[in-house]
Ligand binder design. Structure first.
Ligand SMILES: [Zn+2]
Length: 509
């Protein structure tokens, strides 16, 4: 520090040391004193050894570096991180990302405390205090679920209705008009049906959560929700990949077949609604002031022949008193994608991507091989059935086989044959599809080109965004806070690898 000051001919005014107070909080007396000195124009420059000395909370660190310091004409230097807001260097570009990583360091510590719970979850124990609707806790065995015979048929009804083509709105109407209390209502009153409780109504979120929950086919999936951070005790959803799953931990309420049917309908309905919203960031944008989702609306510019452009607005601005946010969506998206790209490119391990490519390529040729073999096997089985049927027909004619038996067995065999034919068709379609896709090359250069193409993120989709970003908050002064779905740099890599797999599978496999 002293060397830096000497070398740069700076004049040291004061040192602010907050001993023993964690960098995770900005409520530090000396830090506050520094802010006062800035206000009183006693100092015009702030130097820290590295970024984490300024603070480990990236939102606030970002606020000081990008907002507070520039506004107050303060030059900020983080020596070891090579940041100097006075110089327009490329290092400054990465400042917000470095700040994020410091945030993660603090997160990492609070994570360790939670890992004890995770151990229990991994053993398939149900450590949540509230059993899912349709189940109750085992009276003797701790953390074990058993079916609640009072509510199980409501769950069954929901699954059956949905599988039979009724939408969630219809299901809600049915349940509410028959006075079924919502899961919360049941938990609080112990009643399944009651006329008098009007505030325990079913809603779409509850229905959807039930329909998607694998607990109903006997699996335990935990770590679904996690505490958002060491700062705010707020719960957020965890991506599927991070969840802890243990199969067959308790008796299922719904059959695997029914559950899968429901999932495929859910997926299709979801796909239909997606077409209407093709803005990449839709669903991730929140108003920092009122914490609600922001809308993307089309607006015309002021000139006469102006085209319509999407703008981000808070629809609660009037009713909740938020200062209006009015941001051109297209520009905004461009900037966010740029930031994501930069993070991914900074932390990505290209070697790993190369090896993923290799693996996928090998797997592809392997599955093509096994597909061919399977098709052959099925064809053979079909021929055998045909031979059997012919033989049986002869036996019937000769009187060796009774008419009844002939009908029964031949029906069974025909059914079997139909099934095999379906399987064969499916496999053939798959193998044709695979043949039509571009061949993957072994050539190292080719691999590099594909990885580099991918890292341009030109084919970015909503799914990629959801994998990487939890939410984006916009504040009144248009400050943007990006909350990522990873908590350590190496996890950035993990996400990128996942996306890369998708990319390869989509375009090449
Ligand atoms: Zn708002």
């Amino acid at each position: 520090m002293q060397r830096y000051i000497n070398e740069n001919n700076l004049n040291l005014v004061k040192e602010y040391v907050d001993d023993g107070i964690s960098g995770t909080t900005f409520d530090r007396p000396k830090f506050n004193e520094m802010l006062e000195d800035i206000q009183n124009k006693i100092i015009n420059m702030v130097i820290t050894k590295d970024l984490s000395r300024l603070g480990r909370d990236y939102i606030k660190t970002g606020f000081y570096i990008e907002d507070y310091f520039p506004k107050n004409n303060i030059r900020y230097v983080a020596i070891t991180d090579g940041i100097d807001t006075y110089i327009d260097s490329t290092n400054n570009d990465i400042t917000p990302f470095k700040a994020i990583m410091n945030d993660m360091y603090a997160k990492d510590i609070s994570k360790k405390i939670r890992s004890v719970y995770k151990e229990k979850q991994k053993q398939g124990e149900y450590i949540c205090s509230i059993p899912p609707y349709g189940y109750k806790k085992h009276p003797k065995i701790k953390n074990k679920l058993i079916i609640d015979n009072q509510t199980r048929y409501v769950v069954e009804k929901i699954f059956e209705m949905y599988a039979n083509g009724h939408g969630s709105k219809e299901i809600i109407r049915y349940l509410n008009s028959n006075n079924y209390l919502s899961p919360t209502g049941y938990r609080k009153t112990g009643l399944i049906q009651a006329k008098s409780f009007t505030n325990y109504k079913w809603n779409e979120v509850t229905i959807c959560n039930i329909l998607k929950n694998e607990v109903y086919i006997g699996n335990t999936i935990q770590n679904k929700k996690t505490v958002i951070s060491y700062k705010v005790k707020k719960v957020r959803n965890v991506e599927k990949i991070k969840q802890i799953r243990v199969n067959s931990t308790h008796e299922p309420i719904v059959s695997q077949c029914l559950f899968e049917k429901v999932q495929s309908i859910l997926e299709k309905r979801g796909a239909n609604t997606k077409l209407k919203h093709d803005y990449l960031l839709r669903g991730t944008l929140y108003c920092k002031q009122c914490k609600r989702k922001l809308q993307i609306v089309l607006k015309k510019g002021s000139s006469k022949n102006a085209k319509e452009h999407p703008y981000i607005v808070c629809s609660n601005a009037k009713s909740r008193g938020c200062e209006p946010i009015n941001i051109n969506y297209e520009k905004f998206e461009e900037n966010i994608i740029y930031a994501i790209k930069k993070i991914c490119q900074t932390y990505v391990n290209k070697e790993k991507l190369y090896s993923i490519y290799e693996d996928l390529k090998n797997k592809r040729s392997e599955t093509q091989e096994t597909n061919k073999k399977k098709i052959e096997q099925i064809a053979q089985a079909i021929t055998e059935i045909n031979n059997n049927l012919a033989q049986m027909y002869m036996d019937k004619l000769k009187g060796i086989l009774q008419e009844e038996d002939y009908i029964r067995i031949s029906q069974k065999l025909s059914l079997e044959r139909n099934k095999l034919n379906e399987q064969k068709k499916e496999l053939m379609a798959k193998s044709i599809e695979a043949e039509e896709k571009p061949q993957l090359q072994n050539d190292q250069k080719e691999i590099q080109t594909i990885v580099n193409e991918f890292l341009k993120f030109e084919n970015i989709t909503q799914l990629y965004i959801y994998r990487l970003i939890d939410k984006i908050e916009i504040d009144k002064n248009k400050t943007i806070y990006i909350y990522f779905n990873f908590s350590r740099p190496e996890l950035v890599n993990e996400k990128v690898e996942l996306i890369f797999k998708d990319y390869i599978e989509n375009y090449f496999l």
